[in-house]
Design a protein around this ligand. Structure first.
Ligand SMILES: *[C@@H]1O[C@H](CO)[C@@H](O)[C@H](O)[C@H]1NC(C)=O
Length: 179
């Protein structure tokens, strides 16, 4: 009786100790990144034509969206930085807003193409931000959840604008920074 009580306690202790060790091991093996740090000029999608921005962004950031909990910390950091740099490329000095103003506004041919590039850049900014939030939530940071619906709604609006301009030429800008 005494022996079996001791054995039971020992076995439950062993179980309690074994669990965190195997979890740590799993987290360590899941952390291999698939993304590389790139300059904005390399990861932007604003060139070419409008209409396919979302697919172009997903191709530029090919993390496994069916396993967001397993996305590497280094990939999450790159995605979060990409969202910030593309925000700067819209509103910062020398960004799309400045370029459109310099082209005489969205009523000119050059301004229209830049506006298409700006919308593609918004899809880049918002899809990387939505991905960031989804990864954070999947990895247990539930505090990020409240931002998700707002960013998803903005993303849907800009994906629709991009599709509405499908086939029109779209102008990229060169912008400093990397993700
Ligand atoms: C990204 O921006 C650069 C610099 O303006 C441009 O040459 C390139 O075509 C853009 N890339 C894509 C995929 O749109």
């Amino acid at each position: 009786m005494h022996f079996s009580t001791t054995l039971t306690i020992f076995l439950s202790l062993a179980g309690a100790l074994a669990a965190p060790i195997s979890l740590d091991k799993k987290a360590a093996t899941a952390a291999a990144g698939v993304l590389k740090v790139q300059t904005y000029d390399d990861f932007n999608v604003s060139g070419g034509v409008a209409g396919n921005a979302l697919a172009e962004v997903n191709a530029a950031f090919p993390v496994d969206q069916t396993n967001l909990a397993g996305v590497a910390a280094s990939d999450l950091a790159i995605i979060a930085k990409a969202a910030q740099v593309s925000e700067d490329a819209e509103t910062g000095t020398g960004g799309f807003n400045d370029a459109i103003a310099a082209a005489g506004g969205t009523g000119t041919t050059a301004g229209t193409a830049l506006q298409n590039g700006k919308i593609k850049n918004k899809v880049l900014k918002l899809q990387t931000d939505v991905l960031r939030i989804q990864i954070e939530v999947a990895q247990g940071n539930t505090g990020s959840q409240s931002e998700l619906a707002t960013q998803q709604a903005k993303l849907a609006t800009n994906v629709a604008l991009d599709k509405a301009a499908a086939g029109q030429s779209s102008t990229a800008i060169t912008f400093s920074g990397s993700d």
